[in-house]
Design a protein around this ligand. Structure first.
Ligand SMILES: *Cc1c(COP(=O)(O)O)cnc(C)c1O
Length: 419
């Protein structure tokens, strides 16, 4: 190629807008200088970031490849066609839509494709681990549809499949949603399918958190069981911030029309291209090894935190995240977040099942292994991280010493190494 490439050029940004350049550099320093344990975050590759920072951002491409509302879409059509083909191959899906701007937009499209306002939707209780797009009153899902919630058993903290079936029989939902934001265990998609079939409901699987583990072939795929699968592309999957929908061929038209024109305008073609790049990366053996290590690391981290006196909800994890009840340490989840933050450890507070504390405090923390695993950390580092979290929580007066130890870990396993 003899055309000069215009790529993400930090000097250009710094020259034009030093204030925003400073934010970008500062955020990179933050990523490099601490431990990122937020379960839904990851560190996208330089190749993904390059596609995101490209001139594809300029293009209007309403519609789908070969049938756009605008001229000049020949090049971006190729990116979307490649991305769709990779998604179908990677996930064994009959149809893929790469245009949702993010996971919540993918969910909006899925509701729009299958439900009418006022329809009953059966989804997981927020306090049990569900997502706010599964029926929260603060979200379209709770305002325009009639949410009914299933939960987990009080003793095992595992999904109560009997309650799920009883509620389905009693309320006859139009759609059942499986999937959660803070459920550390595998979900029995076959059980969901059989309940959906029994009541004639659509089965939507919101795989936002775990789709990267599915891509890496370390947990079972929801695709063979679901009518529609939605997800974010920036979590374990390690793509650009964005969303995607997979569905059976019979639903392709409904899903595509629900994304555009029903809920979105022009697609973010830079993000569509970056999703294609991420799926190429996710189809490799290296990524499968990564996904395997993500689960091993989360397991090891959860065990370590139990050793520090916290209680692992459901007794552990099968995935990339763990939920820890911090009440044994005499603090709230919110206080735990503050104490860890002072030691350069970033995580989030989370309600635990049947949490008696208000959501703004919460009784738990959620930790995830995707970012630190991308940085090349393995079990020995997880043991150390658990020790550091334990110390940060018990001895807030020693936050600086913990931060220094965090600095040693991140220096040995940097985010975005300068090579
Ligand atoms: C993260 C998440 C989403 C989508 O979130 P976005 O921030 O919009 O990508 C949807 N559902 C679940 C269960 C999630 O965990």
């Amino acid at each position: 190629m003899n055309t000069p490439f215009w790529g993400p050029d930090f000097e250009t940004l710094a020259g034009t807008d030093p204030e925003i350049a400073d934010v970008v550099l500062g955020e990179l320093d933050r990523l490099r200088g601490g431990l990122q344990l937020i379960a839904g975050e990851n560190l996208a590759s330089p190749a993904v970031l390059a596609a995101l920072g490209s001139t594809l951002s300029n293009k209007y491409a309403n519609g789908y490849p070969g049938r756009r509302d605008y001229g000049g879409c020949e090049r971006v059509d190729v990116a979307e066609e490649i991305g769709i083909a990779r998604a179908k191959e990677l996930f064994g899906a009959e149809h893929a839509n790469l245009q949702p701007h993010t996971g919540a937009s993918a969910n909006l499209a899925a509701y729009a494709a299958f439900c009418e306002p006022g329809d009953v939707v059966l989804a997981m209780d927020l306090v049990a681990g569900g997502h706010f797009t599964h029926g929260s009153r603060t979200n379209f899902s709770g305002r325009w549809y009639r949410p009914v919630a299933y939960g987990v058993h009080r003793d095992t903290e595992l999904i109560d499949y009997d309650q799920l079936r009883d509620l389905a029989l009693a309320h006859r939902p139009r759609m059942i949603i499986a999937g959660a934001s803070s459920y550390p265990r595998l979900i029995d998609f076959a059980a969901f399918r059989s309940v959906a079939d029994e009541v004639g409901a659509i089965l939507m699987v919101d795989a936002a958190h775990v789709i990267g583990l599915v891509a890496g072939k370390v947990i079972p795929s929801p695709v063979p069981f679901a009518d529609v699968v939605t997800f974010s592309t920036h979590k374990v999957l390690r793509g650009p911030r964005g969303g995607m929908v997979l569905c059976r061929a019979e639903h392709a038209k409904a899903v595509d029309e629900a994304v555009h024109p029903f809920t979105q305008g022009g697609p973010l073609m830079q993000a569509v291209a970056a999703k294609a790049v991420a799926m190429k990366e996710a189809a490799t053996i290296e990524y499968q090894n990564y996904a395997t290590q993500v689960v091993a690391n989360a397991t090891s981290l959860a065990k370590g935190l139990e050793g520090e006196g916290m209680r692992a909800v459901s007794g552990g994890t099968d995935t990339h995240l763990a939920l820890l009840d911090v009440r044994p340490l005499g603090i709230t989840g919110a206080e735990a977040v503050r104490r860890c933050g002072a030691a350069d450890i970033t995580l989030d507070r989370n309600e635990i099942p049947f949490d008696p504390a208000p959501p703004a405090d919460a009784s738990g923390i959620r930790v995830g292994s995707p970012s630190v695993t991308t940085q090349g950390m393995t079990e020995p580092e997880m043991v150390e991280i658990a020790r550091l979290i334990g110390r940060a929580l018990r001895e807030p007066e020693h936050a600086e010493q913990v931060a220094a130890a965090v600095g040693m870990l991140t220096a040995a396993h940097p985010a975005y190494p300068r090579d």
